[in-house]
Design a protein around this ligand. Structure first.
Ligand code: SF4
Ligand code: SF4
Length: 435
């Protein structure tokens, strides 16, 4: 695989476009550019009552929507000092009624990832039939249709990013089948906090990337814009909820929605600015930088950051005997942050300390994945920073690297010179490994 010119790096994201002329665009490094421009197909005004009625109707029909909902146990996030102790958390789950909805509230604890890559799942079952014959039964991939309502754009945007590795050297049938069976309406975000930095990774609080439709709060409920065939089909299946905008109302509602989205975008844009080309160059040339030790020292290797992350996608595969001669092969979420992730059977571990393991997290997301797939493996949702028990703050870390890189760019002679050849496969994005 030849290395692309630096200016050829694509970026994440999808902007809303209101004409039929959709065109894939090639992004410029460091610009807020998008590799796909979502075309708005139809606009509807959906009142809050109509949306609630739709959620109730789906639940009554036995096809409940997945949506942000108050956690069933009412737990609070004790690690977040900015949130009152009584504030309840939200989570994505199948809601049995509109009363459970928590639209536009705090970011759900876990991302949408679990609906496409469950924490654990069977890949196939096996049975020894005697005579050395083994019968394999693949896990079914005929998933029932599901709809997600009110997802955070930073969660929805992660899905097409992960699609790329799930269809790279092997088409992951389980992932792809769930993706195909799911229709997603995301909700433009207006409740960012200090950990959010979506705009620093080519997205914004109302990115349409990965969504079949986008809801934006307006006075009378939500402006709903469909963005795909699946989005159109869902709207057509529920005409009582999706009221077409009357002439004149269209302009007013659209303008109000655009003001909402622009204001949120401006707020988040102030959180972090990254020069991705510079960042990649610094990562490529500082494999042995002392900075990694300062991060490794603070990381306890718990892996929470990967579990909550919408883009982390690593899994381990194990065979689980269930009885004599039969069992299942299962995959389970795994993470490069634990000490056993790269432990060889010989006892050798190529990532021998937490410095190397944390470096891997940053390298993979901001250097290797962009090199291989053109996308940054991060949507700036900030979950890893909020959830980290040792207060490892990704936005702060990226800002620090960015500042180091900017300083070295001003004084190129002081740049680290570690050669890629001396670093091993970890730092070489030309290897076949995704991570
Ligand atoms: S959540 Fe924090 S402590 Fe745990 S592995 Fe991630 S960075 Fe390290
Ligand atoms: S790395 Fe952190 S900020 Fe980026 S997508 Fe994952 S959880 Fe969100």
């Amino acid at each position: 695989m030849s290395k692309p010119a630096k200016g050829d790096m694509k970026t994440d994201g999808a902007q809303l476009k209101t004409t039929k002329a959709t065109k894939a665009t090639k992004a410029k490094p460091g610009a807020k550019a998008n590799d796909a421009i979502a075309t708005v197909r139809q606009r509807f005004l959906v009142s809050a009552d109509a949306l609630a009625a739709l959620v109730d109707k789906l639940a009554a029909a036995g096809t409940p929507a997945v949506a942000p909902a108050w956690t069933a146990d009412g737990t609070t996030d004790a690690t977040d000092a900015t949130v009152a102790a009584t504030a309840r958390e939200t989570e994505y789950r199948s809601v049995s009624g509109a009363a459970e909805l928590a639209l536009g509230e705090r970011l759900p604890r876990l991302s949408l990832k679990q609906y496409f890559l469950p924490p654990t799942e069977v890949l196939f079952s096996y049975r020894r039939n005697g005579g050395g014959e083994v019968e394999l039964t693949p896990a079914p991939t005929d998933f029932a249709a599901q709809v997600v309502l009110g997802a955070r754009p930073c969660d929805t945007a992660a899905l097409p990013i992960v699609d790329k590795v799930m269809n790279w050297d092997y088409a992951d049938e389980l992932w792809n089948a769930r993706r195909a069976a799911t229709t997603i309406f995301s909700l433009a975000c207006g409740v960012e906090d200090d950990s959010c930095f979506c705009s620093a990774v080519f997205l914004d609080p109302a990115t349409a990337q990965g969504a079949d439709g986008l809801l934006t709060p307006v006075d009378d409920g939500y402006l709903v814009e469909t963005l795909s065939d699946k989005g159109d089909a869902f709207a057509a299946a529920h005409p009582e909820s999706f009221a077409a905008l009357a002439a004149g109302t269209d302009k007013a509602a659209t303008e109000q929605a655009e003001r909402f989205r622009a204001a949120a975008g401006e707020r988040v844009a102030g959180h972090l600015t990254l020069d991705h080309e510079r960042l990649r160059n610094w990562l490529e040339n500082h494999f042995d930088d002392p900075f990694w030790a300062t991060l490794g020292l603070r990381c306890n290797g718990c892996g929470v950051c990967a579990s909550v992350c919408p883009t982390c996608h690593c899994f381990d595969i194990v065979d689980e005997p269930e009885s004599v001669g039969r069992g299942v092969r299962r995959r389970n979420w795994d993470t490069c942050q634990t000490c056993v992730f790269t432990l060889h059977a010989s006892g050798h571990n190529p990532r021998a300390d937490q410095n190397a393991r944390y470096r891997q997290r940053i390298e993979h997301k901001f250097h290797v994945y962009p090199f291989k797939f053109g996308d940054v493996l991060c949507t700036g949702c900030g979950r890893c920073s909020r959830a980290c028990p040792t207060s490892q703050d990704l936005a702060e870390i990226l800002a620090a690297i960015n500042a180091k890189a900017a300083g070295e760019s001003a004084a190129p002679d002081k740049a680290g010179k570690a050669s890629k050849a001396a670093k091993g496969a970890d730092a070489a994005p030309t290897t076949g490994a995704d991570s």
